[in-house]
Design a protein around this ligand. Structure first.
Ligand code: ADP
Ligand code: NA
Length: 330
């Protein structure tokens, strides 16, 4: 069992994942469960850095877990759990908070971006130290790789700095993790505004495909996606961002190369292309949605899977925390 260990967390906040989440993150999780010793968690501790309704948070956390399972994560091939079920995250985070410089934390650009929008008065201290909780998340599992988008790279850098600092001060304790940036993961853009990425916060309802929506609704969104005034189905992100985005979606859902798709749709126009992509999407999303609903309809099974996941996670996290506390002088 020499497979490199990876850790990744996904927010439970939206209820339904969107197509960008699936193609950019979940699909990657699936690949890594066979090549790596993978730990995946639904990060409900991170979710409360902004206000959450308790009942909604609890429900959305389960919906997120059900979707991870529906996407094909296998609890026997990876460790899947809910962050708050493993108290070691919060416990290690305190130690890491005390090793992080205030100025260092202040340089995290995500916090600056978020407070620039909502104002400093409404920001919580939790939002400020969120990257330090992430440091603890990663170090608890001695993960050597962290699959992240470009926007999270700075947080992995912080993790490396803190891990090195701890190791230097208290003796070798933590594996120094590296970011695992997935190159071929296409970014998925908004269907109505391909200049921005598909996102739960920025997209309008017509611009985003939510995986738990009625498939008919999603098919309609594909058919009314913004394209351009030409007719040629050709990949050109600069001149034809709308069609290029649809080609990326088509290609990643079917495993057909973009070049092959361009050949298939030569001379056929956008209408036929969109209609068939809508069919591809419906065919893929229907069983995904049904499977998610099955997990949610059987709370005992879902609870059992998550309890087992938390137990597997705690076996690793508990050991790391005990060693850390010992070194710190507790
Ligand atoms: P959102 O941007 O909708 O808030 P998150 O930030 O919660 O989504 O992202 C969760 C995961 O999904 C991350 O790994 C992120 O990189 C990925 N992701 C989100 N949106 C997209 C997108 N449009 N294209 C590709 N990957 C995406
Ligand atoms: Na985001």
């Amino acid at each position: 069992l020499d497979r490199p260990r990876v850790l990744s967390g996904i927010q439970p906040t939206a209820g339904s994942f969107h197509l960008g989440n699936y193609l950019g993150a979940l699909r990657q999780y699936l690949v890594l469960q066979d090549t790596h010793d993978a730990f995946y968690m639904v990060v409900d501790l991170h979710a409360i850095t902004v206000p959450q309704d308790p009942a909604e948070l609890r429900a959305n956390t389960r919906v997120a877990a059900a979707q991870l399972l529906a996407s094909g994560l296998d609890p026997d091939r990876c460790t899947l759990f809910i962050q708050s079920h493993v108290p070691e995250h919060a416990q290690l985070a305190w130690v890491m908070n005390c090793l992080t410089g205030f100025g260092e934390a202040s340089r995290m650009t995500q916090f600056k971006d978020k407070t620039a929008k909502q104002g400093m008065e409404r920001a919580t201290v939790g939002l400020f130290t969120y990257p330090v909780l992430q440091v603890a998340d990663i170090l608890l599992y001695q993960a050597s790789q962290v699959p992240v988008g470009e926007d999270q790279r700075q947080h992995v850098e912080l993790t490396r700095d803190i891990a090195e600092r701890f190791n230097g001060r208290y003796g070798d304790t933590f594996v120094i993790p590296a970011p695992y940036i997935v190159k071929e993961t296409g970014k998925i853009y908004d269907l109505q505004d391909p200049a921005i990425k598909m996102s739960k916060s920025a997209s309008t309802p017509k611009g985003i495909i939510n995986l738990l929506d009625e498939p008919k609704v999603s098919a309609k969104k594909i058919k009314s996606a913004v394209t351009d005034t030409e007719t040629e189905v050709r990949f050109d992100e600069e001149k034809k961002p709308g069609i290029s985005n649809l080609l990326t979606i088509y290609s990643t859902l079917t495993g057909t190369s973009i070049a092959d798709l361009e050949r298939t749709y030569e001379g056929k126009g956008y209408g036929a292309f969109k209609t068939e992509l809508a069919e591809v999407l419906v065919e893929w999303v229907t069983p995904f949605r049904e499977s998610t609903q099955e997990y949610l309809a059987d709370p005992a099974t879902l609870d059992g899977i998550l309890a087992k996941g938390a137990e597997k996670a705690r076996a690793v996290a508990g050991e790391t925390l005990a060693r850390t506390y010992d070194k710190v002088g507790f």
